[in-house]
Write a protein that binds this ligand. Structure first.
Ligand code: PLP
Length: 387
């Protein structure tokens, strides 16, 4: 199978698997237990925190391990909502992942305001200062890279404006980390990430908190993670996450140039092979691995099904949206109609996807397009049947 759904999840990288195996067989003790074998695990866990902190360029003591980005995003939003004055609001982009949107909606009871985005889905930072001046905002949340389109957000600028106005900034970097250099992401007041997006295990992630919010607590009970997130730490998964992040970071430069060129060639080829095909977010800076394709006809679910039968794993949008009736809120925010949204397929490659795989995928799209066309019985013309 040719796997083109890396934004949904990635296979465990060999580096992560080796780290996980060793940790599981040798260092499986509870890090909070009182004997020496457990103390070793405690030390190794802290070494992972140091390693992650140096890769993210932040202080190790501000890193809290979690079960992934859904937990991290929920816990940051819940923390601010619990402290907020009754009128205080949260400001966020309309293209955030549902785990940000839905938890904001629930925790702030509708007291949320959206930062406008342009036609490519990029937030309009120029509107941010006025919004921060005119409203009582306690948290701004803007993701680093979008999971559906790959479009990058100007988070450095958002970070700067928030700092000037003294408003905490949270960035969900789940799709950025491991695909692009971390740069100053570690300086965001709150930063969340997820291991399975960069070759680590599922159910593992982190929140980087701001030192000025030292009272941050998500799960209570066992006082692990300096009291910030109770629950026995999953040391093997954390070791695998640190190994995976280090490994993918070392591959970014090559992947960005090789995969970026292969993705661009694929888009150009597809534009030549299919009429009226459009690529969402193409005019904006994007992740090198993602293309969001507005197809000329046919429901995306049928394209995905037919491509699957030909041996290709692609997706209709975000993996979370699969099976949901409502059309993608991300594409809707970009101005696509529900009918257009139902024609969008997401392709997301990995760090080492081969040229042959990209070429095979191109043939796959051509073949499905041929299948969707049928000669008209009465006019001899070719038209697309409804699928
Ligand atoms: N944020 C973004 C941008 C994502 O793409 C995802 C995963 O789909 C998540 C958050 C949720 O991550 P997790 O699967 O670790 O809960």
């Amino acid at each position: 199978m040719h796997y083109f759904d890396f934004n949904a999840t990635t296979p465990l990288s060999p580096a992560a698997e080796a780290a996980w195996r060793q940790a599981s067989s040798e260092h499986w003790h509870n890090p909070s237990s009182p004997y020496r074998a457990a103390a070793r695990v405690r030390n190794l866990l802290e070494a992972c925190r140091e390693k992650m902190a140096s890769l993210l360029r932040c202080e190790a003591e501000n890193l809290v391990f979690t079960s992934g980005a859904t937990e991290g995003n929920n816990s940051v939003i819940n923390y601010f909502a619990a402290k907020a004055e009754p009128r205080a609001e949260m400001l966020l982009s309309p293209v955030e992942h549902p785990c940000v949107l839905e938890s904001a909606r629930a925790a702030f009871a509708g007291r949320m305001e959206f930062l406008p985005v342009n036609g490519e889905g990029v937030v309009e930072v120029s509107k941010l200062p006025a919004l921060l001046k005119s409203r009582s905002v306690v948290l701004v949340s803007v993701m680093a890279a979008n999971n559906e389109t790959g479009v990058l957000q100007p988070w450095t600028e958002v970070q700067e404006v928030c700092r000037q106005h003294g408003v905490p900034f949270h960035c969900d970097a789940s799709q950025w980390l491991g695909k692009l250099p971390a740069r100053s992401l570690g300086e965001c007041d709150f930063l969340t990430g997820s291991a399975h997006k960069f070759g680590g295990p599922k159910g593992t992630g982190f929140v980087k908190i701001s030192e000025t919010h030292n009272d941050f607590t998500s799960l209570r009970g066992g006082s692990q993670e300096a009291g910030r997130r109770s629950g026995t730490e999953n040391y093997p998964a954390i070791a695998a996450m640190a190994a995976a992040l280090e490994d993918t970071i070392s591959k970014i430069e090559t992947a960005q140039s090789v995969q970026g060129s292969l993705r661009d060639a694929f888009e150009n080829g597809l534009a030549g092979a299919l009429p009226e095909v459009r690529f969402i977010g193409r005019e904006a800076p994007r992740l090198w691995n993602t293309t969001s394709i507005l197809l000329p006809a046919g429901k995306n679910t049928r394209w995905v099904l037919q491509l699957d039968k030909l041996g290709f794993a692609v997706s209709t949008g975000s993996a979370c949206a699969t099976g949901k009736d409502s059309p993608s809120h991300v594409l809707a925010a970009l101005g696509l109609s529900p009918e257009q949204i139902n024609r969008v397929v997401r392709v997301s490659a990995g760090w080492e996807t081969s040229e042959a795989s990209w070429e095979a995928l191109m043939d796959g799209f051509r073949q499905v397009w041929q299948n969707l066309k049928t000669p008209s019985t009465h006019s001899g013309e070719t038209h697309v049947i409804s699928i």
